[in-house]
Design a protein around this ligand. Structure first.
Ligand SMILES: *[C@@H]1O[C@H](CO)[C@@H](O)[C@H](O)[C@H]1NC(C)=O
Ligand SMILES: *[C@@H]1O[C@H](CO)[C@@H](O)[C@H](O)[C@H]1NC(C)=O
Ligand SMILES: *[C@@H]1O[C@H](CO)[C@@H](O)[C@H](O)[C@H]1NC(C)=O
Ligand SMILES: *[C@@H]1O[C@H](CO)[C@@H](O)[C@H](O)[C@H]1NC(C)=O
Ligand SMILES: *[C@@H]1O[C@H](CO)[C@@H](O)[C@H](O)[C@H]1NC(C)=O
Ligand SMILES: *[C@@H]1O[C@H](CO)[C@@H](O)[C@H](O)[C@H]1NC(C)=O
Ligand SMILES: *[C@@H]1O[C@H](CO)[C@@H](O)[C@H](O)[C@H]1NC(C)=O
Length: 399
């Protein structure tokens, strides 16, 4: 009797021991660990819901964090968004001297640049990938370096911005940004513009409310602005079910709109629960020079002006170019045989007016443009004829 009891005790003890060991090896990523795109491609969080490592991307692999178990791997963070993808024979290494790098052939590319040598790393259940030094201080975490996505518990601080991806299939840098400004306003702009009103296409209108406002997402889908400790403005209602198998996230999508998604890991589906706009034509810069945006039955498209073709087919932001060579102005002046005006109704354009003629009719406006060597287009509105030079740029000012 007595010996059986002892045996049982020993068994239980060793079972505990095994669990503790498994946790350590599985969750604490130690120096000398490595991953490859095809075999052992990820380090998982304890729940198994998040993975850090390689994921498929265009014609290679990217390094990042994704939600596991969705039919399409959903990336929530990516390293080196403006570097080429990693080839099949790449290796991700946590080196013995404490660096996290990708080795591709003879090249070594840092994945992150922490301030001190790394001692270990961990993929947490929150979706945060954390790097520790030898005193187990956090020296880097993905939550502090958001790319295009916010997860519950993560925030964007004053001065930080998210950047959209190039396309749904390509997480490299895209053409839209969402900035948490120092003035307390949360604003969207196209890239390569100043942070100024004419370029804005979304704003919470909260400028002047504080100098340390941040954007937060909670685990019930509540997306809100916070100034130090005070909730300033709720963008979503929140109050969505809190379940382990439902993950909310906010993402600035490739189309320039930011949305809050709900991912159900059980059902393996996701849905949009909130969107910054319902008009796909809102994002400025979606359509490049000499093109304009149309949204018919939720089908968003950039169309070229008559007589223009896409500069790079499939790339709307590259805009359109004339599909004919211009005749000399003398010919144009002498006869309108070579030129005709075409009407495009109800479009908005950035003002590039060099002359305004008042009190005209649409016909007078057309004639005035045809007879002017410098005129390449004219905006006609409220009996005013505004002569334009090319290129025309899509609605950069609201009217
Ligand atoms: C997965 O991706 C394919 C192709 O991009 C798409 O057709 C499909 O709707 C996606 N499925 C989910 C659940 O997002
Ligand atoms: C937060 O906002 C309140 C007004 O809503 C303002 O009085 C306060 O100074 C702000 N705090 C900070 C730290 O900006
Ligand atoms: C700014 O707000 C964050 C919380 O959002 C807080 O941790 C930080 O201490 C604040 N900084 C200042 C300078 O008030
Ligand atoms: C936002 O919603 C939360 C939760 O419902 C609430 O506590 C908070 O007061 C709201 N903030 C504002 C500014 O309405
Ligand atoms: C997933 O699909 C189920 C059944 O169609 C639906 O009830 C649920 O709302 C969906 N969940 C999400 C997050 O889209
Ligand atoms: C130019 O484009 C127009 C349509 O926008 C088309 O009718 C015309 O044939 C094109 N011309 C050339 C030279 O491609
Ligand atoms: C589209 O064209 C723009 C401007 O030429 C360029 O900056 C951008 O990288 C292109 N995007 C893609 C996805 O090729």
């Amino acid at each position: 009797m007595k010996s059986m009891a002892v045996l049982l005790w020993l068994l239980i003890l060793s079972a505990f021991h095994a669990v503790a060991l498994a946790q350590q090896t599985q969750f604490d990523i130690t120096l000398g660990s490595s991953l490859t795109p095809t075999d052992h491609s990820s380090w998982f969080s304890p729940s198994g819901y998040f993975a850090f490592g390689f994921y498929k991307q265009t014609n290679g692999y990217a390094v990042g964090i994704s939600i596991v178990g969705m039919p399409n791997k959903t990336a929530v963070w990516r390293a080196n968004r403006n570097s080429p993808v990693v080839p099949r024979n790449g290796v991700l290494l946590l080196t013995r001297d404490g660096r996290l790098i990708v080795k591709a052939g003879s090249r070594e590319i840092p994945v992150i640049n922490p301030s001190r040598a790394i001692a270990s790393a961990s993929m947490l259940d929150t979706g945060n990938f954390v790097i520790y030094d030898s005193d187990r201080n956090v020296i880097w975490q993905s939550f502090d370096h958001p790319t295009n996505t916010l997860l519950p518990g993560q925030h964007i601080s004053a001065g930080q911005q998210l950047r959209s991806s190039a396309s749904e299939a390509d997480d490299s840098l895209g053409i839209f940004r969402l900035k948490m400004q120092d003035d307390g306003n949360l604003v969207q702009y196209p890239v390569n513009t100043a942070d100024s009103a004419p370029h804005t296409y979304y704003s919470t209108g909260t400028n002047g409310v504080g100098n340390n406002v941040s954007l937060h997402l909670d685990d019930d889908g509540l997306l809100y602005l916070l100034n130090s400790t005070k909730s300033l403005k709720n963008l979503t209602k929140g109050g969505y079910p809190r379940e382990r198998t439902i993950i909310y996230m906010m993402k600035i999508d490739a189309d320039g709109i930011f949305r809050v998604y709900s991912h159900s890991l059980n059902q393996q589906n996701s849905s949009v629960i909130w969107s910054s706009t319902n008009d796909g034509c809102d994002p400025k810069g979606l359509c490049g020079f000499n093109s304009f945006c149309t949204n018919i039955d939720d089908q968003v498209k950039c169309l070229c002006l008559p007589g223009f073709n896409y500069l790079i087919p499939g790339n709307w932001s590259a805009g359109c170019e004339r599909n004919f060579t211009t005749e000399t102005c003398r010919l144009k002046e002498s006869t309108s045989k070579y030129y005709a005006m075409r009407t495009v109704e109800n479009t908005g354009w950035e003002d590039s007016t060099y002359i305004v003629l008042g009190g005209t009719t649409k016909e007078d406006c057309e004639q005035a443009c045809l007879q002017d060597c410098n005129c390449e287009a004219a905006l006609f509105k409220d009996r005013e004829c505004r002569k334009q030079r090319l290129p025309l740029r899509g609605a950069l000012s609201d009217d």
